[in-house]
Design a protein around this ligand. Structure first.
Ligand code: AP5
Length: 216
């Protein structure tokens, strides 16, 4: 099964993707995670991407399309199916994805859009913390680690905020992506692939709705 999980910054794409990838054995591909790792490792891709991500802007389509194309062609993705999180984000990316999938004789099964109001997104991102070791994501109030101050996944005890989660950058990211996401949703609606779900519910409730779409 091949899925796109879409939503504005803070909608819960990363949170839901982890659960889906675990339960359905799919390969989770997050363009945001790929850029953050490249930036941390100071690779040429990272140095280029940092110029954009630092300001909350989108990385240019040619760079982003190229790296997704390479990843989709890899054997694990071909064998297990993919869950794309945070891609496509422009109509040019959606068109490039259509062409890439046609090239490898593949297709999309579902496009799920997690819908959440901008005010709630801002509150979520201002309270988001990440494990400084493994990158697992939490929220100080809505989704804290099970044992306070200790990462559920790796047991590390240091956490940090993402650099693009400052109030100014969050506002910019949400506005920018609100504008670019509309034509993409129309594109997948026309292809009869799109399902919108209400993301302003408990994490488990959102996940249950996703499972209903994907099938148990
Ligand atoms: P990316 O990492 O994809 O950032 P984003 O879209 O801004 O999304 P986020 O990761 O901020 O939010 P999310 O929806 O995953 O929410 P999360 O689950 O963490 O991209 C970063 C940057 O990379 C971009 O700005 C851009 O520069 C670049 N980039 C990436 N893809 C690109 C592309 N295709 N083209 C060009 N550039 C690209 O949840 C948020 C918080 O809310 C957490 O604290 C969580 O615990 C909490 N939470 C989640 N669900 C709920 C719930 N139901 N109720 C209460 N709290 C919840």
């Amino acid at each position: 099964m091949n899925i796109l999980l879409m939503g504005l910054p803070g909608a819960g794409k990363g949170t839901q993707s982890e659960m889906i990838a675990n339960d359905y054995d799919m390969i989770h591909i997050s363009t945001g995670d790929i850029f953050r790792k490249a930036i941390k490792d100071e690779t040429p891709l990272g140095l280029e991407a940092k110029r954009y991500t630092d300001n909350g802007d989108l990385v240019p389509d040619d760079i982003t399309n190229g790296l997704v194309k390479e990843r989709l062609a890899e054997a694990d993705v071909q064998a297990n199916g993919f869950l794309l999180d945070g891609y496509p984000r422009t109509i040019a990316q959606a068109e490039a994805l259509d062409a890439n999938l046609a090239d490898i004789d593949s297709n999309l099964d579902h496009v799920i859009y997690i819908e959440v109001d901008a005010d709630i997104l801002k509150e979520r991102l201002s309270g988001r913390i990440m494990c400084s070791n493994c990158g697992a994501t939490y929220h100080k109030v809505y989704n804290p680690p099970k044992v306070s101050g200790v990462c559920d996944v790796c047991g590390h005890t240091e956490f940090h905020q993402r650099e693009d989660d400052t109030p100014e950058k969050v506002g910019h990211r949400i506005q920018l992506q609100m504008d670019s996401i509309r034509p993409i949703l129309e594109h997948y609606e026309a292809a009869n692939l799109l399902t919108k779900i209400n993301g302003d519910q408990a994490i488990e409730t959102v996940y249950r709705e996703i499972r209903n779409i994907l099938g148990e």
